[in-house]
Design a protein around this ligand. Sequence first.
Ligand code: IPM
Ligand code: MN
Length: 356
Amino acid sequence: MSNSKTLKIAVIGGDGTGPEVVAEAVKVLKAVAPLEGISYQLQQFDYGGERYLRTGEVLPEGALDELRKFDAILLGAIGHPQVPPGILERGLLLELRFRFDQYINLRPVKLFPGVETPLKDKGPEDIDFVVVRENTEDLYCGMGGFLKKGTADEVATQVAIYTRKGCERCIRWAFEYTRKRNKKRKLTLVAKTNVLTYGHDLWWRTFQEVAQEYPDIQTDYNHVDACCMWMVKNPEQYDVIVTTNMFGDIITDLAAIIQGGMGVAAGGNINPQPGGTSMFEPMGGSAPKYTGLGAINPIAAICACAMMLEHAGHQRAADRILHAVQVVTGTKMKSQAAGRMGYTTSQVGDLVCEAL
Ligand code: IPM
Ligand code: MN
């Protein structure tokens, strides 16, 4: 994407506290854009639980065609106490990931200054890695079914799909990313080859083959269970991790807590193709009980906005936001926890803008 082009951004605040944190991300975008000469257009969409309860549909007819016209989607959070689990997740979040072929789920894991980690004796120099999670296959494909449902003989299947194309494009992207990141230049594959002897054998073979094209990148392999242990014991051993969808979901929550929790963790759902529509989101949920209290930390949403700008080619603006965020976490905020920041949601947004 060229730097002079107008960035078209769809904003889906979503449910609960989603709109509040997204408003702070938009505030920071508005502040950084003139400083870095970024031209953008915003359009708000009211998709989420409330709209579903009102209309009975998660995404209305034509919504995908409408959203496809945007370069990026900034998403707050989805999840509503009156909507049964799975409906909004499948109908909105996973639908957009799949339909827009956002095959990379990118999760930077960085401990910012002043942010507390539950890991003893670990600091910002130890916790700085990135997880590249495949985002369109595996157990998330929604294949399976019931036999004799509700009887004593019930059978349920939930199928994990892995394709050569799907794992290769993700692995290749991860190698490229590791090279571009240019830190330890090390890529660790996380899987479970000792048990998932078909699907993860495909991942393993593909990883070895693609690695031949990147002799400058050191490779490593962890079983997923061991990875959970190492991430707590020696997080400094990681630079970039590439992994499957389901395992990536699990290890990125572990990663989020070691970087200071849901208040700071951001993620991107990326379609790397030219013209692809990518989606950026804070990792925290909709936290309905905090709605309207100004208690939720907007740092994650602001970091999601920085990721969006980086993906759009505005690296300097992204760096500027991340720098400002670290000034605020390092010198202003008391805590990253909801209600204990020492500031309201909107004041934290103001502080980041001032620090730009
Ligand atoms: C995430 C979330 C989603 C996932 C849920 C909400 C469907 O946990 O983005 O990590 O499982 O991918
Ligand atoms: Mn998750």
